[in-house]
Ligand binder design. Structure first.
Ligand SMILES: C[S@@+](CC[C@H](N)C(=O)[O-])C[C@H]1O[C@@H](n2cnc3c(N)ncnc32)[C@H](O)[C@@H]1O
Length: 233
């Protein structure tokens, strides 16, 4: 059963990610907007998940439209703040407005198969207003897969344990397989296809879409993601 953490256990996603520094990511975006003189409040967040970045962008004064592929994640996000939440999935975007800022935070692009990369970048580019900025990251996934690893943690609801492994599919993708024991003693098996993109492939795609790469960075010290900051002419 694919992507069950997103569809069936979104509340566990928040518990597992409770140590994540969402404030740092949002500060990175707002600092980048200052640095490259990007004005405007219309922000589109793609792959908003359970809305932890979303609520911070709303609190910072942005007019946020937030989309995600799964209702499970969106339903958790809707409880947290007042944004325009919509179920949509790249590479198709039906939202018709233009935005001053578009963000995809934490491996959202890596959920796409290789053939959807350019259509997704093109769809994003058409929604980015003149003078606007696109900020997104590329996760450092192991192209050849890795060994199974165990993660255990404590949440408000109790302890959880997860064994996970990236398995190369041979088609340029990774199957992220896991088994999670939830705080209430249930367990579920999950599978998620991810793509380990080269930064150079992404940079070529941005260039083809006419977006200028202004900076390539991490969200903060020790962050291994490649974060692209791009502007629209
Ligand atoms: C690793 S989570 C990150 C969520 C959130 N940005 C965060 O940092 O907590 C990836 C999110 O992307 C969403 N997603 C996956 N494929 C997508 C697609 N094709 N279009 C839009 N969202 C997608 C998933 O449902 C999930 O919520």
């Amino acid at each position: 059963m694919p992507e069950r953490l997103y569809t069936d256990h979104p509340e566990l996603y928040d518990a597992i990610q409770s140590e994540w520094d969402y404030d740092r990511d949002v500060s990175f975006v707002t600092d980048a907007l200052d640095r490259f003189n990007v004005d405007g409040e219309r922000l589109l967040e793609i792959g908003c998940g359970t809305g932890e970045h979303t609520r911070r962008f709303v609190a910072a004064g942005f007019d946020v439209t937030a989309i995600d592929k799964y209702d499970g994640m969106l339903n958790v996000a809707r409880e947290k703040c007042d944004a325009d939440f919509r179920r949509e999935a790249l590479p198709d975007l039906t939202v018709e407005r233009e935005f001053d800022v578009i963000v995809l935070i934490r491996g959202v692009l890596n959920h796409l198969p290789p053939q959807d990369l350019q259509p997704a970048i093109d769809a994003i580019e058409t929604r980015l207003a003149a003078g606007g900025a696109l900020v997104f990251d590329n996760s450092p996934l192991p192209p050849d897969g890795n060994h199974p690893a165990l993660a255990v943690g404590t949440t408000d609801q109790g302890d959880y344990a997860r064994i996970s492994q990236h398995v190369a599919t041979g088609e340029g993708r990774l199957d992220w397989r896991s088994m999670t024991v939830t705080p209430d003693g249930e367990f579920f098996v999950d599978s998620r296809l991810m793509t380990p993109f080269d930064d150079a492939t992404i940079a070529d795609g941005l260039d083809e879409a006419g977006l200028a790469v202004e900076a390539v960075d991490g969200y903060g010290p020790g962050d291994e993601r490649t974060v692209f900051v791009c502007t629209q002419a």
